[in-house]
Design a protein around this ligand. Structure first.
Ligand code: FAD
Length: 475
């Protein structure tokens, strides 16, 4: 009788380059693939509404792919430890495999599972599937963690290369038929009030969708990535972030696709962004408190003076009166994603112009992004707030008008997400409050009615922020 091995799927919802699945199959075991729904174990950052929508569809795709390989996915409900104990009792499994995650809550949970498995004599093996370089494999000359991107990146390039991706298993023997599985609907991942039509239009979750997005990017956009990545109106980036977050694709597969595409400025610039993802995971692992607390302790005492009631709501709804910020926030609400340049701008506006704590923005992104990722989100917010590792200098306060004129000069992006401004000429599109009355009338825009008047004065709010940041830096 072949041994039985449980493969515990988490954020690695794919069959190709799946070291846990590969190892279990290579041992000649009967593989029992299981996904355990246990959002509470990720507290205080359980998956948000958009992530749960994505998860529903990614699990549908994974179940179909496993069925195509001759087996089936079991769905169980957490707590994970109890669900695994139950499954071992039901199957007589002698081995348990999973791919590693690096956020504080799941690390602690996995450690508890590992301790139990070892104590019961179960063979337990965890694998690296999510990163090119795991956080503990790279240290500075002094033996500490990196806090600055460029030396981190150089260390990655000097380190032994990640192994090539593994093939998907061709055929897997099915687990015993008596093993029960919850129906996917029982996990309640889809929203009750169906606000998700825009997400469904924008994305194809799952491994097949991930591979299609990867191929499409290298067929059409990769060569120009270095320039087009900054233009929110162009399809200039890969949009692989949710696929990478849910592990429908591994960074090794992405890197290999990059290499296959041949060297170009575009692919070099794209690869660098993949290392920002690595850097974010390195930071989260070594500084787990930074999800909620500034890495730079001086910022703990920052005198946030904004009015969250008014400012936060206007920002969330895309009604600040600053078109590029509002277009980004509406893209986020509609599709669950926002272009990186606009993420930086929207975050800077919340933190520096509105003086609302970055943690509140991070939570909103967490709930609304389909790619919400604790490592990348924490890095993005702390970087913009100027309080994290390799932070943006505090005097960098993005100006929504100048950013719009520079990166959305023909207004393609703003017009797509703010149709009420579509008929404004380019010259006034990013500052409608300065447009002459006749121009507004001709474009059919009544400020304050069709589109909000600006909720703050850009110059005054910038000066206020600079004074506060200056005082803090001098402490
Ligand atoms: P591409 O430009 O095609 O890049 C390829 C991949 O590299 C991305 O899919 C992503 O995995 C990685 N990457 C690119 N830029 C970054 C970056 N700055 N930091 C870390 N990894 C990067 N990214 C998330 O995946 N999840 C988040 O929750 C998230 N929150 C953010 C919050 C703020 C305030 C900011 C400023 C950035 C945030 N980012 C986040 C980073 C970045 O905006 C997204 O990764 C990127 O926009 C995803 O689009 P793409 O896949 O087309 O990226």
């Amino acid at each position: 009788m072949p041994p039985t091995a449980i493969v515990w799927f988490r954020r690695d919802l794919r069959l190709a380059d799946h070291p846990a699945l590969h190892a279990a199959a290579a041992d000649g075991a009967v593989v029992v693939p299981v996904y355990i729904d246990s959002p509470a174990e990720e507290a205080p950052w359980p998956p948000g509404a958009a992530s749960r929508w994505w998860l529903h569809h990614a699990l549908t795709d994974l179940a179909q792919a496993l069925q195509g390989s001759g087996t089936r996915l079991l769905l169980r409900r957490g707590p994970s430890l109890q669900a695994l104990q139950q499954l071992v009792a039901e199957t007589g499994a002698t081995a348990l495999h999973w791919n590693r995650l690096y956020d504080p809550a799941t690390l602690a949970r996995d450690q508890a599972v590992k301790s139990w498995a070892k104590a019961t004599g179960l063979q337990v093996r965890s694998h690296n599937a999510a990163l090119l370089h795991e956080p503990w494999t790279l240290t500075t000359g002094k033996g500490g963690a990196y806090r600055v991107f460029t030396p981190f990146w150089k260390a990655c390039l000097a380190a032994p290369a990640a192994p090539p991706p593994l093939p998907a298993p061709v055929r897997l023997p099915p687990p015993p038929p008596h093993l029960a599985s919850l129906p996917l609907a029982a996990l309640g991942l889809l929203p009750r009030n169906r606000w998700d039509a825009g997400l469904a239009q924008a994305w194809t979750p799952g491994e097949a969708g991930a591979v299609a997005a990867l191929n499409a990017f290298f067929d059409t956009a990769a060569a120009d990535y270095g320039v087009a990545r900054d233009l929110p109106g162009a399809a200039g980036t890969s949009r692989l972030s949710p696929h990478l977050h849910f592990g429908e694709l591994s960074p090794r597969q992405v890197l290999q696709a990059c290499r296959n595409a041949g060297e170009s400025a575009g692919s070099a610039s794209f690869t660098r962004q993949l290392y920002w993802r690595e850097f974010a995971h390195h930071l989260l692992y070594h500084f787990p408190h930074t999800t909620d607390t500034p890495l730079d302790p001086r910022f703990k005492a920052f005198p946030w003076a904004g009015d969250p009631a008014a400012g936060l709501t206007a920002w969330q709804r895309g009604r600040t009166g600053f078109p590029l910020v509002d277009a980004g926030m509406r893209e986020l609400w509609h599709t669950g994603w926002m272009h990186n340049r606009v993420r930086m701008l929207a975050a800077s506006f919340l933190i520096k112009n509105l003086l609302i704590p970055w943690q509140q923005g991070a939570h909103w992104f967490w709930d609304t992004l389909v790619d919400a990722d604790l490592a990348n989100n924490t890095l993005g917010w702390q970087w913009t707030a100027g309080c994290g590792a390799d932070a943006a200098p505090y005097f960098r306060i993005f100006n929504p008008v100048l950013q719009g004129q520079r990166f959305d000069p023909d207004g393609a992006y703003v017009r797509r997400w703010l149709p009420e401004l579509a008929r404004l000429p380019d010259r006034w599109l990013h500052r409608p409050w300065e447009a002459p009355r006749t121009v507004l009338e001709t474009a059919g825009v009544r400020l304050g009615r069709d589109y909000p008047a600006p909720i703050l004065d850009l110059g005054a709010s910038r000066r206020r922020a600079l004074t506060l940041w200056d005082a803090l830096k001098r402490r």
